[in-house]
Design a protein around this ligand. Sequence first.
Ligand code: COA
Ligand code: MG
Length: 290
Amino acid sequence: METPRPRRSVLYVPAVNEKALSKVASLACDAVIVDLEDAVAPGEKAAARDRLAAFFAARPACETVIRVNALSGEWGSEDFRIAMELAPDAILLPKVEAPRDVLEAGDLLDESDVPTKLWAMVETPRAMLNLGAIAELGRDPAARLTCLVAGTNDLVKETGVLMTPDRRYLMPWLMQMVLAARAGRLDILDGVSNDFRDLATFGRECAEAAAMGFDGKTLIHPAQIEPANMAFSPTPAAVAEAEKIVAAFAEPGNAGKGVISIDGRMVERLHLEQAERLLAKGSAQKGTHP
Ligand code: COA
Ligand code: MG
């Protein structure tokens, strides 16, 4: 089984913010998204691109992603060209609306030799309606799509739903994103929490997102990293339970069995697969639960 890459805590850093960029190497986030899009004002776009080279010259240990502006707009092509030269682990495409947006970016990557993958923001009404077709690209490695990212601020802006502390009106769409990601064998990351000083609410939001099936959360501030790492790591109890299931199926007497009983509960081979996946994920995510 391929070890899944941990993407519990995925931190946005505006590409113009030199101080924040210099902190990244010391942070415990699983991935960083250096942003050229919405966190960079129109007048700062060129300066932001210039900063990228210095950042990538001393590439941090975590997974690196560059969010470009939309290819259909004024800055996208130049962003993409520069991002391609720096060969980050992935390029994050904003405002993706249909499979064609991903395929077009994939064609550009194919023109060079870079192994860079594509991530796609899900943040427009059209993306929600085309979600199944977009996610389906995940099943074709040639399309390079590996991860979907919920863009909740833009979804709120574009649809007019009310953002409430419990995110109730966004929930149906967030659950659709998880479902589509699984159908396309993609990772799926929850949207950001803007109120970075309220870590109690943030912790609850992470726990809820983990329960909904998200692989991790996109973050805007370093204070959000540790709670996200905690929430999206398997608990010691879940790890112990998974180990028990693996051990039970490994017993010679259970070798050919499809279903066994553990502590009075039915456990099938599908649970074994689930347990193995959890353990693989856990071993790639050291250093959270004590
Ligand atoms: N990445 C790395 N470091 C960051 C950071 C980030 N996203 N956000 C803040 N920091 C650093 C600051 O530079 C500061 O460093 P210092 O202690 O060396 O001075 C420290 O963390 C504390 O920052 P703080 O004063 O609490 O916040 P701020 O007022 O400087 O910044 C924001 C607040 C929201 C402007 C900033 O966190 C930010 O720009 N976040 C990302 C926004 C983004 O990319 N949005 C697009 C996607 S939604
Ligand atoms: Mg957005």
